[in-house]
Design a protein around this ligand. Structure first.
Ligand code: GLA
Length: 379
């Protein structure tokens, strides 16, 4: 428990302290220019550990709240075209909601984002069995994935809107081999970007596929369905799935299908042609492991534009098909089917069982690195 307390004390102190060399002009200038800060408050307990809610603020008046329960992005308040602020993320307002096994609102997903078919895989000649938590398959890391654990939080510099979470997943956690050390760093920039950087190391070969499961509704109001949002995804191909949403292994062209978002299209325009709604992985163009812009989401009600950049080869566009009104936002709106959507950057689902897909196996001595940037602006 103690290891969680220290960073929190650091946060509180950092808020009010100045560096000893605060007289140093460049330090003062940087602080004045960025005017960014981190604050923390108690948010409850989970697994008998303290849970905090952190607020990151930038010079544009954007604020992002993040909790160390699941390293979860809780809200992102940003201006619409009229300068009115509201959160572009849908999810519960209090920890209580996050403890009721919600559909991964804003959480970090791991050790393996999305599905692993038949709840298992073979690696180095050994068969590993995982908990089946989605029919016969494993979804989002298992029964108690990284979204349901308390992470250690650290604020390196409270004048800088950045927070670093770490978690040690033990050998055998949810059936996965190897002790995996994970770090997730969130930064809110003055350019209204939320940057998420992931790092992991292991002591045995293991699959790793980390993502964030934020649900966006750019209008800031879950009553306005995302069917009127427009989406662009820079992908010529996608990974078709079977009835259980496991990729068939094929990389199919999007051309002449409802999966063609190479030019911005209204989400609702062709969704009826997709059984169950969109819940698929797109094969992003020009993947070389470097950060590049791969998607744009716009909302004509608020004028907001979300740009998504990533180092990953894929993105899961999930149109909130299973949302059922059970969870309520901070402003009292029920989160219904299509109230919000996810753009989860990732390696392809079921890669541990699909040798032709880019590998997700992390070896001892290697460092897993991934970065995704969500940037908001108004048109
Ligand atoms: C992902 C999956 C969906 C669903 C949601 C959470 O996006 O692909 O099928 O499980 O998470 O409900």
């Amino acid at each position: 428990m103690k290891k969680h307390l220290l960073p929190f004390i650091a946060v509180t102190l950092g808020m009010i302290s100045c560096n000893d060399d605060a007289s140093n002009k460049s330090t003062v200038d940087t602080i004045a220019k960025t005017a960014a800060a981190v604050s923390a408050k108690n948010w409850g307990t989970a697994d008998e550990q303290p849970v905090k809610l952190f607020t990151l603020s930038n010079s544009k008046g954007d604020t992002v709240t993040i909790t160390n329960y699941g390293a979860t992005l809780v809200s992102w308040s940003s201006a619409d075209r009229n300068g009115n602020h509201s959160s572009v993320l849908a999810g519960p307002a209090a920890l209580d909601g996050f403890l009721q096994k919600p559909p991964y609102f804003g959480a970090i997903i791991g050790r393996y984002g999305n599905r692993i078919g038949k709840a298992g895989f073979t690696l180095g000649g050994t068969k590993y069995t995982l908990p089946a938590n989605d029919g016969p398959n494993t979804l989002h890391g298992g029964v108690k994935g990284f979204d349901k654990v308390v992470w250690t939080a650290e604020v390196p510099d409270s004048n800088h809107a950045e927070i670093r979470f770490s978690y040690m997943s033990p050998d055998g956690d949810q059936g996965f081999p190897g002790k995996l050390s994970v770090i997730v760093i969130y930064t809110l920039t003055n350019d209204n970007e939320v940057k998420i950087r992931y790092e992991a190391t292991t002591d045995k070969p293991t699959p790793v596929n980390l993502t964030n499961h934020a649900y966006f509704n750019l209008s800031g109001n879950a009553d306005n369905l995302i069917l009127t949002h427009q989406l662009m995804v820079d992908a010529e191909r996608y990974t078709p799935v079977d009835a259980q949403l496991i990729p068939t292994g094929q990389l199919a062209p999007v051309q002449s299908t409802p999966f063609d978002f190479r030019k911005a299209e209204t989400i609702g325009a062709r969704i009826a042609q997709v059984n169950g709604g969109y819940d698929h992985n797109w094969v992003l163009n020009k993947w070389d492991g470097k950060l590049r812009k791969i998607a744009e989401l716009t909302d004509s009600i608020s004028g907001r534009l979300l740009e998504v950049s990533t180092t990953e080869p894929g993105i899961q566009f999930y149109s909130g098909n299973f949302l059922d009104g059970k969870f309520i936002t901070a402003d009292g709106k029920a989160i219904n089917k299509h109230s919000a959507l996810c753009l989860e950057t990732q390696h392809f689902p079921d890669s541990p069982n699909k040798p032709a897909f880019p590998s997700t196996i992390l070896e001892p001595g290697q460092t897993y690195r991934s970065e995704t940037v969500y940037r908001l602006s108004v048109k």
